[in-house]
Design a protein around this ligand. Structure first.
Ligand SMILES: [Zn+2]
Length: 320
């Protein structure tokens, strides 16, 4: 897992480099909204956008080819300062950004796809109608890593949906032995570094920091609504996008480095659709144009042989 992570980190850095010079329509919108590519402000800060991989709470790559970290200019400057503060104390450490600007369309997708009951969901996700500081490019999710890419132990993973992630309950968990002093010290190092640089921490997630509160963000910055804008500066709503494109939902049950035949016994009687994506063969069952039906089928699969089944989205025949 560790090596996979380090591989992904280098892969993303490589992708970022190879994308330099070519700005997508989406990036042009971000720049027009006052945002900058963090790489251009401080290239020592590590970037690994988790929503641009399958390694996140939905098991779905939501950002596609978008792997750069865009933030409002003053927020990126603050983050550069946070890295400086951290490195002054611990030269071998670096900040590692998991997420920065997050369009409302992605937030809506997360909300709809997350299987938790609404009350539980509210604890960890912002309802798309309420907006998040991420939507304005003024919040950042991050951790601290060693030089070799290994993460400091923060007691939970990023996006762990449970009380153990909550800074407001750390004292209790320390007493109960569920968090160690070292884990809390690591969180404190992240918090103090970010606070010194002018960020605010929140009570529920150790990895999330706001550069300002939501009311100020609404006044100061432009909200980013849509992600699916490819090579056009035109504003296109997600609904319009879905109307124009052919969207198909499939349920992914397995991935492998070696190609497995679709008729292999492993898959039982399921009719398999195989595709190649990000250096792996991936195997799906079912094909739906209706998200609710896809979710229902996914739940059925999870109860049977495929506990880790998740939904993948294909746009015009291509994995999104
Ligand atoms: Zn966040």
């Amino acid at each position: 897992m560790k090596f996979f992570f380090i591989f992904c980190l280098f892969f993303q850095v490589f992708k970022i480099h190879s994308q330099n010079g070519k700005l997508s329509g989406f990036e042009k919108i971000l720049i027009k909204s006052g945002m900058v590519d963090l790489w251009n402000v401080d290239s020592t800060i590590k970037i690994f956008l988790r929503y641009s991989t399958d390694d996140n709470f939905l098991g779905t790559d939501m950002y596609g080819d978008f792997r750069k970290c865009y933030l409002q200019k003053d927020v990126a400057e603050k983050l550069k300062n946070a890295q400086k503060i951290l490195k002054k104390k611990f030269p071998e450490y670096s900040l590692l950004v998991y997420d920065a600007v997050r369009p409302v369309s992605i937030q809506r997708f997360m909300w709809e796809m997350c299987e938790l009951p609404t009350e539980e969901k509210r604890k960890y996700l912002v309802h798309p109608n309420s907006f998040s500081v991420h939507n304005y490019g003024a919040a950042v999710d991050l951790t601290i890593v060693y030089k070799n890419g290994k993460k400091l132990d923060m007691g939970t993973e990023f996006d762990f949906f449970g009380e153990l992630s909550q800074p407001c309950k750390e004292k209790r968990f320390l007493k109960e032995g569920k968090l160690s002093q070292k884990q809390i010290d690591n969180r404190l190092l992240l918090r103090r570094t970010m606070q010194k640089a002018g960020f605010y921490s929140i009570r529920k997630e150790w990895w999330h920091f706001n550069s300002c509160w939501i009311d100020e963000a609404k006044k100061k910055y432009t909200r980013i609504e849509n992600h699916f804008i490819k090579d056009s500066l035109e504003k296109e709503s997600l609904e319009e996008f879905f109307r124009k494109k052919k969207i198909v939902y499939r349920i992914q049950i397995l991935s492998s480095k070696k190609k497995i035949n679709e008729n292999d016994n492993l898959f039982g009687y399921w009719k398999i659709f195989r595709y190649f994506h990000k250096n792996l063969y991936k195997y799906t069952v079912g094909e739906f144009t209706n998200l609710e039906k896809a979710k229902k089928f996914m739940r059925k699969l999870r109860k049977s042989d495929f506990k880790n089944a998740f939904i993948v989205v294909f746009v015009d025949g291509k994995r999104n």
